[in-house]
Design a protein. Structure first.
Ligand code: GLN
Length: 317
């Protein structure tokens, strides 16, 4: 091969081998673990990934099968060709917008490891606010001797339902979803967490297949206005299932169906706890009141201060 020429201040001759090396400084092959982490951080920063450092650490850890402590201990060793290949695949996917949780296929929610699938949302930390408010409502009710039942409408990965089952050991939970693929993921998560005997999963539209007698119903329904979907972050728009996001023209379509359905399914004294989108809490509270539910507490804010979870209680007999 002829030598390659590069024009800087002066024309220099670069040996072919050296030239190739300079072309592959972004590759992870032959790098130490620590250098690979820095290389990936720099590549993600150049690709305008917000959380470049954290993402790089998680992805290098995943490509090498190491946790943070393991990564630090391995900092000086060289990455193997196989690890470099895996890391390159992860890097390319992250750079086109695929979220870290989708690349790993799992996300932690309420301290529980949950498998994901293309049919499920990535559970958000915001949604833990729904779990908190649901537990407060649960604590504020008297529970009789019957086996309490809870339901999660549009359960996705099962996040809210499984978090509640982890906190309420005597309770039986039902998750619904319109997507059989999501239900497959949710029931797999329930089994992995040891909740198989305390849960059931039903394919239906919202709560259509359920019959009455629930002490608590929760949901994180689709609530984004249709016109706003295109403007969402690429991580959301390109990877979360549209059905789990799109709430129709004003974002409230799902609530109009599931609030009256849920009010009819609740036991006296039972409560409905819903995640809501930015600026929707007042409208959702009005829909709950119109369905005969009593508002006991203001909307609960998430960690960013956004009113995120709304609760209503069915009047006790
Ligand atoms: N929280 C999600 C988002 O902001 C939306 C989830 C939903 O529509 N329920 O992207």
């Amino acid at each position: 091969m002829d030598p390659c020429f590069r024009r800087d201040d002066t024309e220099v001759v670069v040996e072919p081998q050296q030239y190739q090396l300079s072309q592959v400084t972004d590759s992870f092959t032959g790098q130490s673990v620590d250098t690979a982490r820095r290389t990936l951080t720099a590549r993600l920063k150049r690709g305008a990934v917000d959380s470049a450092e954290l993402d790089a650490r998680i992805l290098v850890g995943a490509a090498l099968g190491l946790d943070l402590t393991g990564l630090i201990a391995a900092a000086a060793r060289l990455v193997t060709a196989e690890e470099a290949g895996r890391l390159e695949d992860f890097a390319r996917r992250r750079l086109v917008g695929e979220p870290v949780a989708r690349i790993l296929g799992f996300k932690e929610f309420w301290g529980l490891p949950l498998q994901l699938s293309p049919a499920t949302l990535v559970p958000r930390p915001d949604t833990e606010t729904v779990v908190e408010l649901a537990l407060e409502m649960w604590g504020g009710a008297r529970h009789s001797s019957h086996r309490s039942r809870i339901a999660d409408i549009g359960t996705g990965s099962g996040a809210i339902l499984l978090a509640l089952l982890s906190e309420l050991p005597a309770v039986f939970g039902v998750g619904t979803d319109i997507s059989p693929a999501a239900l497959h993921t949710a029931s797999g998560n329930a089994a992995d967490l040891g909740f198989a005997k305390r849960s059931a999963f039903v394919a239906c539209d919202y709560a259509a297949a359920l019959s009455d007698g629930f002490d608590l119903i929760v949901s994180n329904p689709p609530y984004i206005r249709s016109a706003e979907i295109a403007g969402l972050a690429r991580e959301v728009r390109g990877y979360d299932p549209p059905r789990a996001l799109d709430g129709g023209g004003d974002g409230l379509d799902a609530y109009r169906i599931l609030i009256p359905q849920s009010a009819a399914l609740l036991m006296p004294g039972g409560s409905l706890v819903l995640e809501v989108g930015l600026g929707q809490s007042g409208q959702i509270q009005r829909l709950m009141a119109a369905a005969g539910l009593t508002l006991e507490s203001p909307a609960k804010a998430d960690l960013s201060g956004v009113p995120r979870a709304v609760a209503g209680r069915k009047p006790p007999r």
